[in-house]
Write a protein that binds this ligand. Structure first.
Ligand code: ACO
Length: 397
C-alpha cells in the first residue's frame, strides 16, 4: 500500500527539499550572493559600490540590460521612466472600491494586477518590445500607485508626479505634497529614499521573485506576475519584516527590556523571533544592512532626530551579536533591521513599509521574469512527497 515516489517521477530521480534550501530552480546571470562571506553582486558589481556611486534608475538599467548605461543611454532611460509615471484616471475609480482602512499591500496587489487591463495592446510576452515597455511602465508607475494608496488611506487628494524630480524625490513629493502647502524635496532625504529602493532592487531567487517566475512560467502576463510577487512579499518572514521590526522595537520600548526579548527569541516554545535578524542565505552580515545602518545615521542626522528606537536597535544588535544562540546559528541583522527606522524618520507610516520594498524590488522581479521569458523555459511544476492515505475503495452503501 506504500506509494512509490520513484514511479511518480519521469526520470527516476526524486528530491525532497522543503523550502528549496538546496534546489536551484533556474539559471540566472543577474545577481550573485555568497551568503557565508556576506557578498551581494548585481551583474558583478558589489552592492556597496552601487549604493555609493550609482542610483536606483541606473541599477534598474543594469538589472534589465546587463551592463551599466553610458551617458546617453542613461539619460534616455531616465527620461523614459520619468515620463511613464502617470496612471490611467480610471485606476482612481478602481482604487475607490477599496475600504479606506485597507492595508496598502492589499491595494497594491489589486492595482498592479489591474494594470494588465489597461495595456491589452502590449501584452504579447513573446514580443521583445512589449516586454520592454511593460518593464518601463512597471518601474515608472509603482511609486505613483504606492503614493496613491497612501493618499487614499489618509483621505487626501492624489498628487500627480513631477517628472523633473528624481525617482526618490518624486515619490516623496507624491507622498507628502498637499494642495495647501508646497512640499520642498530635501535632496538628502530624496537620496536616502533612492538608496532604500536601490538596496531592495534584487536578491536572486527569494520567495517573491520565485513566485514571479513561477507565475510567469505559465505564460501569465507580467502585470499579473508582479502582482503575485507583491502578494508573496507581504508576509512578515519576507517583505513584511521591516514593519515587524519597527513594531518590535516599539514593543521593547526601552533598552532595559532588550534582555527579555532576546530570551523570548531563544525560547523554542515562544513563537517570537527577533525580527530583522537571520536570513536564509546570509550566514554573515547582510551587506545591505551595513549600508542601511549608515543611511539611517545620515537621515536622522539631517533631520536632527534623536530616535530612541535607533538606540534600542543598535544596542539590540550589539547584544545579539555577542549572544551564543545567535552566533551559533549565524543570525545577523538583515536589510530590514534599519530600514524601518529610516522610513519612520522620513514620515512614512508603518503600513507603507512593505509597499516601499515592493517598489524597490520591481526591477528585480521584471529582470527575472524577462530573463526567463527570453530563454527557453518550462512551466514550473514542483512535485510533492505524498503522505495521505493509500488507494482505498469507496465504502459500499
Ligand atoms: N530570531 C530567533 N531565532 C531565529 C531567527 C530569529 N530572527 N531566525 C532564525 N532563527 C533560528 C531558528 O529558530 C532556527 O533555530 P533551530 O536551529 O534551533 O531550530 C535557526 O535559527 C535557523 O532558522 P530557520 O527558520 O531554519 O531559517 P530559515 O532560513 O528558514 O528562515 C528567516 C530565515 C525566515 C529570514 C528567519 O531568519 C526569520 O524568521 N527571521 C525574522 C524575519 C525577518 O527578519 N525576515 C526578513 C528576511 S530578509 C528579507 O526578506 C528581505
Amino acid at each position: 500500500d506504500v506509494i512509490d515516489v520513484q514511479k511518480l517521477t519521469s526520470n527516476g530521480i526524486f528530491t525532497y527539499d522543503p523550502g528549496f534550501v538546496s534546489t536551484a530552480a533556474c539559471e540566472s546571470a543577474i545577481t550573485y550572493i555568497d551568503g557565508d562571506k556576506g557578498v551581494l553582486l548585481h551583474r558583478g558589481y558589489p552592492i556597496e559600490q552601487l549604493a555609493e556611486h550609482s542610483d536606483f534608475l541606473e541599477v534598474c538599467y543594469l538589472l534589465l540590460y546587463g551592463e551599466l548605461p553610458d551617458a546617453d543611454a542613461r539619460e534616455k532611460f531616465s527620461n523614459t521612466i520619468l515620463h511613464h509615471t502617470m496612471v490611467h484616471e480610471q485606476i482612481i475609480s478602481f482604487l475607490k472600491g477599496f475600504r479606506r482602512d485597507a492595508h496598502p499591500m492589499a491595494i497594491m496587489c489589486g492595482l498592479v494586477g489591474a494594470l494588465s487591463s489597461f495595456y491589452h495592446d502590449s501584452l504579447d510576452i513573446n514580443n521583445e518590445r512589449h516586454r520592454e515597455i511593460t518593464a518601463h511602465r512597471l518601474i515608472s508607475k509603482m511609486p505613483t500607485l504606492a503614493a496613491m494608496a497612501y493618499k487614499y488611506s489618509v483621505g487626501q487628494p492624489f498628487v500627480y508626479p513631477r517628472n523633473e524630480l528624481s525617482y526618490g524625490g518624486n515619490f516623496l513629493h507624491m507622498m507628502f505634497a498637499t494642495p495647501c502647502e508646497e512640499y520642498k524635496v530635501n535632496p538628502v532625504l530624496a537620496k536616502a529614499m533612492d538608496r532604500i529602493f536601490l538596496l531592495h532592487a534584487d536578491h536572486e531567487q527569494n520567495a517573491s521573485t520565485s513566485t514571479v517566475r513561477l507565475a510567469g512560467s505559465s505564460g501569465a502576463n507580467p502585470f499579473a506576475c508582479i502582482a503575485s510577487g507583491i502578494a508573496a512579499l507581504w508576509g512578515p518572514a519576507h517583505g513584511g519584516a521591516n514593519e515587524a521590526v519597527l513594531k518590535m522595537l516599539e514593543e521593547i520600548g526601552n533598552e532595559k527590556h532588550i534582555d527579555t526579548f532576546i530570551k523570548r527569541a531563544k525560547d523554542k516554545d515562544d513563537p517570537f523571533r527577533l525580527m530583522g535578524f537571520g536570513h536564509r542565505v546570509y550566514k554573515n552580515f547582510d551587506p545591505r544592512a551595513k549600508v542601511m545602518k549608515q543611511t539611517c545615521d545620515e537621515v536622522l542626522g539631517e533631520l536632527g532626530i534623536n530616535d530612541p528606537l535607533l538606540r534600542i536597535a543598535k544596542r539590540l544588535e550589539q547584544i545579539a551579536l555577542e549572544d551564543e544562540y545567535f552566533v551559533e546559528r549565524k543570525l545577523y541583522p538583515n536589510v530590514d533591521f534599519y530600514s524601518g527606522i529610516i522610513l519612520k524618520a522620513l514620515g512614512i507610516p508603518v503600513e507603507m513599509f512593505t509597499v516601499i520594498f515592493a517598489t524597490g524590488r520591481t526591477p528585480g522581479w521584471i529582470a527575472h521574469w524577462h530573463e526567463m521569458i527570453s530563454h527557453s523555459y518550462r512551466i514550473g511544476r514542483p512535485r510533492q512527497l505524498y503522505t495521505g492515505p493509500a488507494k482505498r475503495d469507496y465504502p459500499a452503501k
